[in-house]
Write a protein that binds this ligand. Structure first.
Ligand code: ZN
Length: 245
């Protein structure tokens, strides 16, 4: 079975068709990462309809900057209430490309770090133009269960991620990304997971509407670079997934 560790299904038009394609492609687990209150509720609803959908609840850093304190509290309480139905907190993090408000985003990320410790759940981390700062915050808070999603930081930072024994995802656009091919080369297989980030990061450059069925492209690239069979990679990634969650 293949596992898509990170995607955004609300942005895909025909979810039944997408799920049908995923089943055909032997994708057995799809982790739906929410980004706001609406997608949190949708993720939980879809996970009841489709047993292969697992849920991460969180608020995207830019969405969170727009919330009032009482709204944040309400949404955090919603996550607490649904603790038993979810496998992770995400996606959360810091994005300095979309907003320069570092202090505001840091404060919000720290709320989620506390929540992840309280609920003993891993964090799906988004970091853009803030990779080193995010790693510092996670280290200062002694976070142990971390999945760095679509990590574009340099290789000194990748080494820190490995040293902390956190996970890194290989997105499906690895097919045309030297950066992610190099990550496969440098990072031990035991620290890797795969993601489509659907509908983004399509394996074919210029194509849109990526979907979980394409996750096999990440697996194929790992098999090629690590010189393993696809079946071996499949088993190892499943093992990693079970350990990470
Ligand atoms: Zn994402």
């Amino acid at each position: 079975m293949f596992i898509d560790s990170h995607c955004h299904l609300e942005l895909l038009k025909d979810i039944p068709a997408v799920m049908g394609m995923a089943r055909k492609a032997e994708v057995g687990i799809i982790v739906y990462n929410s980004v706001n209150f609406d997608t949190m509720k949708l993720a939980l609803k879809l996970s009841e309809e489709y047993p292969e959908i697992k849920v991460a609840l969180g608020i995207y850093p830019i969405d969170m900057l727009k919330l009032e304190e009482n709204e944040i509290k309400e949404q955090m309480d919603f996550i607490r209430k649904n603790k038993k139905k979810i496998i992770a907190i995400g996606e959360v993090g810091i994005d300095l490309m979309e907003s320069s408000d570092f202090e505001g985003q840091k404060k919000n990320l720290e709320l989620f770090i506390l929540l992840s410790k309280e609920l003993d759940l891993p964090l799906f981390i988004h970091s853009r133009k803030a990779e080193e700062k995010v790693i510092e915050i996670l280290e200062e808070n002694k976070c142990q269960k971390v999945i760095m999603h679509c990590f574009n930081g340099n290789f000194k930072l990748v080494e820190r991620i490995i040293k902390n024994n956190w996970m890194i995802t290989i997105p499906t656009n690895v097919t045309n990304s030297e950066h992610f091919q190099k990550i496969i080369e440098k990072v031990p297989l035991s620290n890797l997971l795969c993601e489509t980030d659907s509908p983004f990061l399509h394996p074919v450059r210029g194509m849109h509407n990526n979907e979980p069925a394409n996750i096999v492209e990440s697996y194929k690239m790992i098999a090629k670079i690590k010189k393993m069979s696809l079946g071996e990679v499949e088993m190892e990634i499943e093992d990693n997934f079970n350990k990470a969650f």
